[in-house]
Design a protein around this ligand. Structure first.
Ligand SMILES: Nc1ncnc2c1ncn2[C@@H]1O[C@H](COP(=O)(O)OP(=O)(O)O)[C@@H](O)[C@H]1O
Ligand SMILES: [Mg+2]
Length: 223
């Protein structure tokens, strides 16, 4: 479903990605681990079309993303890619409910339908009674769950998460990780998750180890 082929990226003279190949199947939960500076975030941003590679191709659902112009690309991103970041990045002046609805409205989904779907997701994520709260009235764990609901609203092909539990305490971390697996089981949702959490990495279907802009090890079987 996702194919990453020969991706390279430099910032000035710094080679950050040195030829990355990666495939992810539908419904798979893949973790990416590696030391700080390895290029994990850069790879995720390129997979999510938020940044462009110098070389190589990314295919999502057989669409070659390097062939799309900027406006087609933002449309593709809106419909196919959900993002969850370390710091929720919810809009502070909007309620949880509105934050979740925004990507649907940007995607020209009818407002009535966007409302229905946002409510359904917030219910599913155990946030029914937090919908009308703004981000600063929510706990860290709740904010991340709202961010997950927002990532899910357009039924994306994949959710890309960059250290999603990096700012959570142990209990909320565990709850968020369980949520990823629940979403895979109920919706067949595909995830690529950059993480420093060894336990999360150990329970994902596959862990990709990155170092110095390269994949140094990619293991598929649970040991
Ligand atoms: N926009 C940028 N401009 C210049 N250097 C960058 C930029 N983004 C990342 N880098 C550099 O690229 C390297 C890899 O960064 P990153 O992908 O964030 O690594 P990781 O997420 O694995 O910690 C680092 O040395 C970082 O400083
Ligand atoms: Mg990073």
């Amino acid at each position: 479903m996702i194919a990453v082929e020969g991706i390279t990226k430099s910032f000035g003279t710094l080679k950050v990605l040195k030829g990355i190949d990666l495939r992810v199947k539908k419904g798979e939960i893949v973790s990416i681990v590696g030391p700080s500076g390895a290029g994990k975030t850069t790879l995720l941003q390129i997979m999510g079309t938020l940044d462009k590679a110098d070389r190589g191709n990314i295919y999502i659902n057989n669409e070659n993303l390097s062939k799309l112009n900027d406006s087609k690309l933002s449309d593709f991103r809106n419909k196919n890619i959900g993002f969850v970041f370390q710091f929720h990045q919810l809009l502070p002046e909007f309620t949880a409910f509105e934050n979740v609805m925004i990507p649907a409205l940007i995607g020209k989904v009818k407002e009535s339908q966007a409302r229905l779907k946002a409510k359904e997701l917030l219910d599913m994520l155990g946030l029914s009674d937090r919908m009308e709260h703004k981000p600063n009235e929510l706990s860290g764990g709740e904010k991340q769950r709202v961010a997950v609901a927002r990532a899910l609203i357009n039924n994306p092909s994949v959710i890309l998460a960059d250290e999603p539990s990096g700012s959570l305490d142990t209990e909320n971390k565990e709850e968020l990780h369980q949520l990823f697996f629940k979403l895979r089981d109920t919706l067949g949702q595909t995830f690529v998750i950059v993480t420093h959490d060894e336990h999360l990495a150990s329970i994902t279907d596959r862990t990709i180890h990155m170092k110095d802009g390269m994949i140094i090890e990619s293991q598929s079987e649970v040991l």
